[in-house]
Design a protein around this ligand. Sequence first.
Ligand SMILES: [Zn+2]
Length: 460
Amino acid sequence: MPELPEVETVINILKPLVVGKEIQKVEVYYDRLIQSDLDEFKVSLINKKITNITRYGKYIYIHLSDNLVIITHLRMEGKFRFLHDKNQRIKHTSAMFFFKDNTFLSFDDTRKFAIMYLTNEKDLPSVPMIAKLGIEANKVEEKDLPTLFKKFNKNKPIKELLLDQTILCGIGNIYADEICYATKINPYTKGNTLSQNQIIDITKQAKIILNKAIELGGSTIHSFHPSEGVDGKFQEVLMCYGREGHSCPRCGTRFHKDFIGGRGTTYCPNCQINKELEKAIGITGPIGSGKSTALNYLKEKGYRTYSADDIVHELYRTPYIQRKVSAIIKAPFDIDNKELTLKARKILIAYPERNIALQNYIHPLVEEEFLKILKRDDCPIFEIPLLFKAHLEYMFKTILVISISKEQQLKNLMSRNENIETSKKLNYNFEYPKDNKKIKVVEATGNFETFYKNIDKALD
Ligand SMILES: [Zn+2]
């Protein structure tokens, strides 16, 4: 669906083509396109001259002589085509304007949701579909803010409120996602929990993003014709919309896509924190550092504990996942078969690109499982060896990073009968972002008593 910048571009293309033209007649092929009186529409437009084309939000105003105005909304697929030959009418043409100089303006609409409505300049502001519109999203001024604070004060996700044309007008699905991403506001955030500063930020970013898109549309105007539509011209500047599954350019976390109010919504769960999800305690650290010991200790203290390894094992047992993993590592795979599991490990070490492909497949599935737990548990504890590599920081209020001396680590691995060489290639050296304020380093050197004390201290 065209949004404000696309509509602006359509106007910029149409204006030089049709302003000044005199209408000889109008033919309407799909009656329901015309929302005002159909006969009056056809009769009144004869001999009228197009004087200007303007826009409010996503509504296009075609201004005519004698103070007439056609309001039109392209909705999903509406498109104008300027023609030199009326025979270029197509199956989806809903109406055709015949000009006196033997040129034509065709209005095509495959989905048939577009509308036109004839009124005059004086009545235009009070036509119901126009009267209810909010301020244009790229033109908010300081004096509009008090009204906006009130209008945003609703118990609904900001994503839905941004699409509500009676609050800000001109924003559709694409730019709603872009504005949330730019302001680092999670799209689920309820309007009535936003601060005034956040709302001011939304209006500032809306202005920047929409005006940039308008400018880009303007700069590429000459390279395309209205008949080709305007889809895709702004795709290159979109930071977030349509990028689900890709990494956030700001932080590397995988973009999520959910449906909010029935509309597909893409966001970065790490940059656009949802405070309601930020409630788990994470345990991470290198292999053989004592993560499981820490998890068991906390389990005995009464916490609900979950290990990423257990979740992964459970997933691997699902038949379709088992088949997929087998296809990725290019070998038979069965997590309950020791021999095959060992072989799989060796393959992953020998072919790092298969290891990466496997991680890219399995991490989102594990993440989904954790999200399910977060929705039902208040303070779950997750043990996740690759917490930072998988960019799952956003789920946690505290992350315990277990730190251990190399000497002790080797001792631990040997006591477990682990293959040291294999272990060294799997999460042996461990790095973590030193500037993350959620991180608490827990020393695992010394006896269990000291280790447990260190954990208690970190969680205090
Ligand atoms: Zn991010």
